[in-house]
Design a protein. Structure first.
Length: 89
């Protein structure tokens, strides 16, 4: 699945780490696609995670999914402004 700039995404739990009582698997990460560096078949995205960190992410085996709870945010539009615009209509 290809993603667009401004789309909210979820990176699934990392399967590389072994799950144990001391080191459980990492929870999913939520972020916004800032830039599409390369498209299909081997996409690369620049993603701003909710923690404030920006990384380059190359999804493997469906590890990146669209966030169903958030609509696409157009360029120049803030996430805070989105609900207000919908309420005015």
């Amino acid at each position: 699945m290809a993603f667009e700039v401004g789309q909210r995404v979820i990176a699934e739990k990392s399967g590389r780490r072994r799950r144990s009582a001391r080191a459980p698997m990492r929870p999913p990460r939520h972020g916004i696609v800032e830039n599409v560096l390369r498209g299909e078949p081997n996409p690369r995205y620049e993603i701003r995670w909710d923690e404030g960190v920006v990384t380059i992410y190359s999804p493997q085996n469906g590890g990146l999914q669209a966030d169903p709870d958030h609509p696409l945010i157009k360029a120049g539009e803030s996430a805070a402004a989105k609900p207000k615009a919908a309420a005015e209509q």
